[in-house]
Write a protein that binds this ligand. Structure first.
Ligand code: FAD
Length: 448
């Protein structure tokens, strides 16, 4: 909208804008700071530093409700331009002979819409969340299972808790229980895989951008010198860039989520961890897993945190004739990437050139994905250096984690981080493309 004279029709089957944020659990917050989340044209939050709690010292993070309200405001602003039509409660059924077929879920009628330029597929990486996903395990009658959304209401009646899933949502559920005074010994945590978490320190923008650049510099240094995949993760752990909850257990999952040191310390109090693969079935008195079972009871509350979250669907070309399929380009930067793709669509004519500047870079699921994900980001960013308009846009975008670099470049810590990055990035790309894999390459997980 900002870069091109276009009209847009937005189609979403839900009753309101906001995507998966309509189904956020009550204690969900952004895991990244609000300062670089959302759309380019509208700030989210006030760039405050939190003074207390697990996020103390870091930039504020919006609650799920605040993100939902924010996207509602974004939609109203777009609507008021007169150039955007937002059709909620409309389902896209696919292409038909007279255009794109759209089902009005309120009237039941099917319309055909003919886009003058392109269809933008914003569903390819659609997130799966516990409130709406199809559970990947059976639940027998008498079993006490709730989606994480219902935890605050259901928690009071339980004698103990089994948290199902090893990703960020399960970490949030465990932190919520601990913060609400539940003794760690009353929590059992089913973790089919162990997760690597990013340290939140390295994802701070604006006045703390030296930390963000420092994190990228650590990544390039580790990548340049690693002798194999295991050695790479040893280096990232030793530097404090990544952490796992239990350092004595090998971790194979990497999903690009982050924790603060306080959250990590709290989660380490939970020692009752079940490592018997994925959950197959919850019964009234036992939990059946891929590699065994454990006795439970009807007063044990099982908290479903097994939804995948953001999709790690395989790469496909982003720009096709008549179609754009939104995907990641820079790793772990969902909203920056979508705005970037809009900018490139508006400023370039040739799809091959657009695809050169924006090669897809799927979200990671396992540590095996980390080398590809990072080297693709670094190679792509190097290509942007020769494109002044794109580079200028990216530098000024509020969605860019390191957008504040120009204002802080005179600081010693920032300069040192940039120098380290420049020293290592070339060798890092080369080394990552050849890096021997010592871990077992897992098939992409569809559940946590
Ligand atoms: C729990 C959670 C926390 C997150 N936290 C962060 C964070 O802190 N920072 C960050 O950068 N990113 C975060 N993310 C990533 C997040 O996915 C993105 O930030 C963003 O909100 C995703 O928006 P989206 O529109 O791409 O997808 P979604 O929110 O998944 O929306 C897809 C929409 O498409 C609609 N749809 C699908 N098929 C059709 C159809 N055929 N017809 C019509 N409509 C259809 C769906 O109804 C849905 O409304 C988080 C993701 C999750 C799941």
């Amino acid at each position: 909208m900002a870069e091109a004279d276009v009209e847009v029709t937005v189609i979403d089957r839900q009753d309101a804008p906001g995507g998966h944020w309509l189904h956020a659990y009550p204690f969900l917050r952004l895991h990244s700071p609000s300062a670089y989340y959302g759309v380019n044209s509208l700030p989210l939050g006030e760039n405050r530093i939190d003074e207390s709690g697990d996020n103390a010292g870091y930039y504020e993070r919006a609650t799920g409700e605040e993100v939902f309200d924010y996207f509602g405001e974004v939609a109203s602003r777009l609507d008021r331009t007169g150039r955007v039509r937002i059709l909620t409660a409309h389902e896209h059924l696919g292409g038909g002979p007279g255009g794109e077929r759209v089902h009005d879920l309120r009237s039941g009628k099917v319309h055909e819409i003919s886009p003058r330029r392109k269809v933008v597929d914003a569903r390819y990486l659609e997130s799966s969340v516990p409130a709406t996903h199809t559970r990947p395990f059976g639940v027998e009658s008498g079993a006490n299972v709730v989606p994480v959304n219902d935890l605050p209401d259901a928690a009071g009646d339980a004698t103990s808790y089994v948290v199902l899933g090893a990703g960020k949502t399960s970490a949030d559920a465990c932190c919520w229980l601990l913060n609400n005074g539940i003794d760690p010994d009353r929590i059992r945590w089913v973790r089919p895989r162990e997760m690597w978490f990013d340290d939140r320190t390295y994802f701070q923008p604006l006045d703390q951008v030296a930390n963000a650049m420092g994190g990228i510099a650590i990544d390039t240094e580790a990548a340049a010198h690693a002798t194999d995949l295991g050695n790479l993760f040893d280096r990232l752990e030793e530097s404090g860039r990544l952490a796992r909850i239990d350092p004595s257990t090998p971790a194979t999952m990497y999903r690009g989520t982050m924790l603060s040191a306080g959250e990590l310390e709290a989660l380490r109090q939970i020692e009752n961890v079940v490592r018997l693969g994925r959950v197959m079935k919850v019964e009234a008195n036992r939990l059946v897993l891929e590699q065994g079972e454990i006795p439970t009871g009807p007063d044990v509350l099982h908290v479903d945190c097994t939804a995948l979250g953001i999709s790690n669907a395989p790469a496909k070309p982003i720009f096709d004739p008549g179609r754009i399929t939104l995907q990641a380009v820079r790793h772990n930067s969902p909203t920056f990437n979508c705005a970037l793709l809009g900018f490139v669509e508006a400023r370039r004519d040739d799809d091959a050139e657009k695809n050169r500047l924006c090669p897809p870079n799927p979200y990671a699921s396992s540590i095996d994905d980390w080398p590809r994900m990072m080297s693709r980001t670094w190679q792509t960013e190097q290509a942007w250096l020769s494109e002044p308009d794109l580079f200028g846009w990216a530098t000024e975008s509020r969605l860019n984690l390191i957008g504040a670099m120009p204002e802080h470049i005179a600081e010693g810590t920032t300069q040192a981080a940039v120098q380290k990055y420049l020293t290592h990035v070339g060798q890092a790309i080369e080394n990552l493309n050849e890096l021997p894999r010592t871990s077992s390459s897992e098939a992409s997980s569809q559940t946590l």
